[in-house]
Design a protein around this ligand. Structure first.
Ligand code: K1U
Ligand code: ZN
Length: 170
């Protein structure tokens, strides 16, 4: 097992579009183990491979209170999203300390492969639907701050760059 370094906004690599996984093999299974460890250690409820600089369509999620119900989505495809929307507070391990409201579909259906390479259909609502949409955006190179106003986004970018400079100097 290994903790993977997480890319921080505004790192341009976060805007890379991920490629489909060709084969769920030992390399992908190891990536999943490492991503789950990284997500749990960072106290996140989700993580996309893009955030650890791997540009393949892999997502891990665990929104259970006990932190013992991992969900693995490989090559996820959105097959349905509800016309009704919900606004919720989002955070991102690539934009630490920043939380803001984003409007998304209230419910989604997604088809994906699981960690064994078996096809699965996931029907989600509430925080799971939010998290799935947030992580699928990462695979398309989109970070949640792109839903915010240019003013807010620029303030966040400036704050993140200052934090990076201060960390490098320390
Ligand atoms: O993709 C990520 O960076 C993980 C992200 C997932 C996420 C959380 C909340 C809404 C949408 C997507 C996080 O885990 S952020 C940290 C976190 O645990 C959290 C933040 C706000 C609400 C609930 C959880
Ligand atoms: Zn995120």
């Amino acid at each position: 097992m290994a903790l993977l370094p997480i890319l921080y906004y505004p790192d341009s690599r976060l805007h890379t579009v991920a490629k489909p996984v060709r084969q769920v093999d030992a390399r992908i299974r190891q990536l999943i183990v490492d991503m789950l460890e990284t997500m749990y250690e960072a106290s996140g409820i989700g993580l996309a491979a893009t955030q650890v600089d791997v540009h393949e369509r892999v997502i891990v999620i665990d929104e259970s209170e006990e932190r013992n119900k991992p969900l693995v989505l490989i090559n996820p495809e959105l097959t349905w999203s509800s016309p009704d929307l919900q606004v919720s507070d989002e955070g991102c391990l690539s934009v630490p300390g920043i939380y803001d409201e984003v409007e998304r579909a209230a419910a989604v259906k997604v088809s994906a492969l699981d960690a064994e390479g078996h096809s699965r259909v996931i029907e989600a609502e509430g925080i799971l639907a939010v998290c799935i949409q947030h992580e699928m955006d990462h695979l398309l190179g989109k970070v949640f701050v792109e839903y915010l106003s240019p003013l807010k986004r620029n303030r966040i970018k400036t704050k993140m760059l200052k934090t990076r400079r201060d960390t490098e100097r320390a």
